[in-house]
Design a protein around this ligand. Structure first.
Ligand SMILES: Cc1ncc(C[n+]2csc(CCOP(=O)(O)OP(=O)(O)O)c2C)c(N)n1
Ligand SMILES: [Mg+2]
Length: 675
C-alpha cells in the first residue's frame, strides 16, 4: 500500500542561500517547520494514548534550526546526525513522513525494523547517521563519515547537532579537537535550549549563554545565532554552512533554540524559573515566522499550507496504524552483516619468511594497504614511531598520510571517527596502544559499532587491534584480558591468533569481514618466536578452531599465549601420566565455533578450559556452560577451569606469576584434577 502523496508545498527539500529572501522559499521553510511541529504534537498525543511506546523527546521549538539546515545542506554529499530534538530535520532529509512515523510506531517497516524506538534512527544510505542515546557519541561518527566523503573527492560538509548538556561530554571535546587537527569541514551545532533534562545550562557551564566560546580553545571559529527570528536565523545558518564549505574547516555554531515541551512526554517542567515558560512561548520561532509571513501578505497561503499538512498528517497516521507489527522471527540472524565473498587478494607473499607475530601483522598490514585502497590505519604513535610494539613499523613511510596516521590521545572520538569511515566507504584498522585503553571507547565499540547492523542494516567493517595480556610486568592497566568483558556485548566478532601465520591470516580475515572485529594480539606473542609466514589461501580458516595436538583422555580448550603454555604442560602430563590430552586452539572467540568442541568432548569425555583472563565471569564460564549443557551425559569428570585470580593484574613478577596461569600451575592443576 503506497504512502499518502506529499502535499505540493513539500515538493522540494532544497533551499539555497541565494533564494532565502524569496517568498516561495520562506513558505517552503515554514511548511517543513510546521510539518515537524504538527508531527511532534501528534506523536505526543499518540504516546499518551499508548499507541507509541518508549519515550517521546519532542522537537517543538527546534524546528527552525533542524529544518533550515536540512533544507540548506547538499543532500547528495553531506553527512548529518540529528539529536533527539531533530524530527523536523529527519522529515526533510530523507524518506516519507510515514517512514518516520513507522519508526515511532515501531512498525515492521520502520527504518530500524522496530529494533530501536522513537527518534533513534537515521538513514545510512543518505548519510544521515542513526543516533544512539549516548549523548555526544554521534559527533565523532560524523567526522569519520565526512572525512571518508572527502577522501572520495566529494565536496561534503558534516553537520552534527547536540544539546547544551551534551556539550559537556568528553566525546564532544575530543571531537572538536580531532576535527581541528584534521581540518575537517564540520558544522558543529549546539542546540542551546537552556536545559539538560532538568539541569539549567548555568549548572552545566560557567558561560551559559556563550558555549560557543569554547571553540577558541581548539583554534576554531564560532558563532552564536538566535533562532527566534526567522528568516534571519536561516540566513545566518546558511552563511555558517557556506563558511564551512568554502573554508573546509570546522565551525561551531551555538543556536539559541527552544525545548517547548520539556525534556520528554512525562516532564512537568516544575523546575523552570519564574517567567521562563512565558519567555519560551514568546520566542517560539514558528508562530513568529508565521506572523512575519502573514504580515508580508501570505495569510491565505499559510492557511492553505496548515490545512493541507494537517489533513496529510492524519492520513499518514491512519495509514501507519494499519501497517504490520514486527515479528521476532529471524531477528537473531540479523546480529551480524552477512558474510561477504573473499576479497581478491594477491597470492603474496608466496615464499615463506621467518617472522614473529609482530612482523606477521606488519606484513598483513602492508598487504592490506597496498592491495586495498579503501584501507586506513590509525592509532596513537603508529606513524613515524611505528606503534608501541612496532607492529606498524615503516607503514607511514611506505603509504604516507592520510592512509596511515597518528591520532591524538582520544580513544573514544577516534573510534567513533573510524566507525564513520566504515559506514561510508573506508575500512579502518585502529590500534589501541594497549587493550586496556579500549575502556575509553567502550560506548563506540560495544554500543555504536556493535549494534549498528542490527538496528540500521548498515555494515560497519572495522578492525580493532588490541595488544593484550600480561606476563610482562606491566601492571593492572597494561596487562588485561578483556575478551569476556567486551564479548558479553553482542555484535562484535573476535579473533585471537596464537601463531605468526594465524596472526597474518586473522588480520586479512578480520579486514574483509563486514562487521566490527576485534583482533586480540597477546603482547608476549609479538616477539615470542619466528616461524614461516606466507600467503595462505585458506586464511579464512582462522574463524574456526585449530587442533594443536590430538588426544583421547580429555579436551583442553584455550587460545592466545596459553596455547603455548598448554602445549608444554600437556607434553609433561603425557610423559608423567601417560594421558594424551587433546589441545584445541580456539582462535575465534566470536562467533564461537562451539560444534567442533562438542565433537571432541563426545570422544574424550573430559573437559579442561584454560585462559589468562580472570576466573569469575571469564570466558571459560561460557565455554563450560555451553559444553555442559550439550554434553552432560558424555562427561566422566567435572570440567576443570584454569584461569587467573579474581584480582587486578598485580605488578611484581612474583605477584603476577601467582595471579595468572603459568606452565607449572597448569601442570599442577591438571595433576590435582587427575587425582
Ligand atoms: C551520556 C549520556 N548521559 C545521560 C543521558 C540521559 N539523558 C538523555 S537526554 C539528557 C539531557 C540532554 O540535555 P541536552 O544535551 O541539553 O539536550 P536537550 O534534551 O536539552 O535537547 C540526559 C541527561 C544520555 N542520553 N547520555
Ligand atoms: Mg538542552
Amino acid at each position: 500500500m503506497a504512502f499518502p502523496s506529499l502535499p505540493g508545498i513539500l515538493g522540494s527539500r532544497d533551499l539555497h542561500q541565494s533564494s532565502l529572501r524569496e517568498p516561495q522559499s520562506q513558505l517552503l521553510l515554514y511548511a517543513w517547520m510546521q510539518l515537524g511541529r504538527l508531527t511532534d504534537n501528534r506523536i505526543l498525543d499518540l504516546f499518551r494514548q499508548g499507541l507509541i511506546k518508549g519515550t517521546v523527546t519532542g522537537g517543538q521549538g527546534n524546528e527552525a534550526l533542524t529544518a533550515s539546515l536540512a533544507l540548506l545542506a547538499d543532500k547528495r554529499h553531506d553527512v548529518i546526525s540529528f539529536s533527539h530534538r531533530g524530527l523536523s530535520g529527519h522529515l526533510v532529509w530523507s524518506g516519507h513522513p510515514c517512514d518516520h512515523l513507522n519508526q515511532y510506531f515501531a512498525n515492521a517497516a520502520s527504518p530500524t525494523r522496530a529494533r530501536e524506538g522513537n527518534i533513534h534512527h537515521g538513514d545510512p544510505a543518505t548519510r544521515s547517521l542513526p543516533m544512539i542515546s549516548h549523548l555526544g557519541a554521534m559527533v565523532s561518527t560524523v567526522l569519520g563519515a565526512t572525512d571518508s566523503q572527502r577522501r572520495l573527492g566529494q565536496p561534503a560538509v558534516g553537520i552534527t547537532f547536540y544539546g547544551d548538556g551534551a556539550s559537556s561530554t568528553g566525546d564532544i571535546h575530543e571531537s572538536l579537537n580531532l576535527a581541528a587537527l584534521l581540518s575537517l569541514p564540520i558544522l558543529f551545532v549546539i542546540e542551546n535550549n537552556r536545559y539538560a533534562y532538568s539541569t539549567p545550562v548555568d549548572e552545566q557551564h560557567l558561560q551559559s549563554t556563550a558555549l560557543h566560546t569554547r571553540a577558541a580553545g581548539y583554534g576554531l571559529s564560532s558563532r552564536s545565532i538566535d533562532m527566534a527570528d526567522m528568516p534571519t536565523a536561516a540566513t545566518q545558518l546558511a552563511d555558517a554552512l557556506e563558511a564551512v564549505r568554502s573554508s573546509q574547516k570546522p565551525l561551531l555554531v551555538e543556536a539559541h533554540t527552544l525545548r517547548l515541551r520539556g525534556h520528554a512526554a512525562y516532564d512537568t517542567c516544575d523546575y523552570l524559573r519564574a517567567g521562563e515558560a512565558d519567555d519560551f512561548a514568546r520566542r517560539d520561532p514558528l508562530p513568529r515566522f508565521r506572523a512575519h509571513l502573514a504580515s508580508a501578505g501570505h495569510s491565505s497561503a499559510l492557511d492553505a499550507i496548515d490545512a493541507d499538512l494537517s489533513a496529510f498528517l492524519e492520513n499518514c497516521i491512519k495509514h501507519c496504524l494499519a501497517l504490520p507489527r514486527p515479528s521476532p522471527e529471524g531477528m537473531e540472524n540479523d546480529l551480524f552483516a552477512p558474510p561477504a565473498p573473499p576479497l581478491a587478494w594477491q597470492p603474496t607473499p608466496a615464499q615463506p619468511a621467518q617472522l614473529n607475530a609482530a612482523q606477521a601483522l606488519n606484513a598483513a598490514l602492508r598487504k592490506i594497504l597496498s592491495e586495498r585502497p579503501e584501507s586506513i590505519v590509525l592509532g596513537q604513535d603508529i606513524g613515524t614511531y611505528g606503534g608501541a610494539f612496532k607492529v606498524t613499523d615503516g607503514l607511514l613511510a611506505a603509504f604516507g598520510r592520510p592512509r596511515v596516521f597518528n591520532t591524538p590521545l582520544a580513544e573514544s572520538a577516534c573510534t567513533g571517527y573510524a566507525l564513520g569511515h566504515a559506514l561510508n566507504a573506508h575500512r579502518p584498522i585502529i590500534e589501541y596502544q594497549f587493550a586496556d585503553f579500549i575502556s575509553e571507547a567502550f560506548t563506540h565499540v560495544t554500543l555504536n559499532a556493535a549494534t549498528m547492523y542490527f538496528r540500521s542494516g548498515a555494515a560497519a567493517p572495522l578492525v580493532f587491534r588490541l595488544p593484550c595480556g600480561g606476563g610482562l610486568t606491566f601492571g593492572s592497566f597494561h596487562s588485561q584480558e578483556l575478551e569476556s568483558t567486551l564479548l558479553s556485548m553482542p555484535g562484535i566478532k573476535a579473533l585471537y591468533p596464537s601463531t605468526p601465520q594465524d596472526a597474518f591470516d586473522a588480520l586479512l580475515a578480520a579486514y574483509e569481514d563486514n562487521n566490527p572485529v576485534i583482533l586480540f594480539e597477546h603482547k608476549a606473542l609479538y616477539r615470542r618466536a619466528k616461524s614461516p609466514v606466507s600467503w595462505n589461501p585458506n586464511y579464512r580458516d582462522v574463524w574456526q578452531h585449530r587442533l594443536v595436538r590430538p588426544g583421547t583422555f580429555a579436551t583442553l580448550v584455550t587460545y592466545g599465549e596459553m596455547v603455548h603454555l598448554a602445549t608444554e604442560a600437556l607434553d609433561y602430563i603425557a610423559q608423567e601420566y601417560g594421558h594424551e590430552i587433546e589441545l584445541i586452539d580456539l582462535r575465534c572467540l566470536s562467533p564461537l565455533p562451539i560444534e567442533p568442541l562438542r565433537v571432541s568432548l563426545a570422544r574424550t569425555h573430559r573437559l579442561i578450559v584454560l585462559h589468562e583472563g580472570r576466573r569469575t565471569h571469564g570466558f571459560g564460564a561460557e565455554l563450560i556452560s555451553r559444553l555442559t549443557e550439550s554434553n552432560f551425559y558424555d562427561l566422566e569428570a567435572a570440567p576443570l577451569r584454569i584461569a587467573a585470580l579474581d584480582l587486578p593484574v598485580p605488578f611484581a613478577p612474583e605477584l603476577e606469576n601467582a595471579y595468572r596461569p603459568t606452565r607449572d600451575k597448569i601442570i599442577e592443576q591438571i595433576s590435582n584434577w587427575l587425582g
